[in-house]
Unconditional design. Sequence first.
Length: 310
Amino acid sequence: MLSQMETTRRAWGVKQRLEFIESRAFWEGGINRADLSDKFGVSTPQASNDLAQYRAIAPDNLNYDASAKRYVASANFVPKFGTPNADRYLSQLKALAEGVIDLDDTFIGSPPVAVAMPVPNRRVDPNMLRHILAAVRGGLSVEFRYQSMNAARPVPQWRRVTPHAFGSDGLRWHIRGYCHIDHHFKDFILSRVSGVRAIGPAGPSAREDEDWSAMFDAVLEPNPGLSEGQRAAVAWEYAMPAGQVTLPVRRAFLYYLRRRLRLDVENDLPAETPVVVANRFEFDVALKSAKGLVAERVNPPAGQGVSLTC
């Protein structure tokens, strides 16, 4: 008799193969037994059983093409194992183009030609990251050698930080934590940490990081300076069924959202900023209240009330 663990493992394996069948059929138009055998190392009879099982679950999804010896997706194809995710597929294409993952790490069989715009790699030392992860998991503080972009701190400085979370602004990773020098929570750019030492007692916990826990609802809408057709295209692109979409954002992340949407750039060309914040006054008030500031905020625009400390 199979153990419960072995039964669960086998059931998980079957589910993975059924999802693979559906993914290949949806994204690439069809699948054959060799695709299953190559991906999962199963025998030809097992691959046939998997295809038969999928057809029993979704009898209208696949038709057999005898000339191609391949099952092809029907015109009435309806996914049974979740809604296909275009963002996931395109993210995998991007990761493949950047060399971050191998084709074997995906369900993709024949990827289209895809390139990603090259950007300078922000190097993060794995041993340094390992120690910071240990501090986060253990609820401890750690000293790290950090190079600020603040003109008042032109050389690297050892500082004790109690880290509690990681955050990405889409281009770089930050470590969020309590700074024992400046005595408040802030962000540190991970690639600017060049050394780690001296694990120690923790400072204030994440529960006291108000800017991290507080959420702000940024209401986005098409730039009113665009034409009616352009605004409709932007509304569809950003999933704004009623002309607006609400984006819950941690208050600590409002600065990064502002940068990504180019709201910090004075620009008279609406096409350069197709999305704007409808509740801009409230947005700016919430942004001013954030205390955990990152190194690029050295010379903020006048009236923003933003100062740099890290």
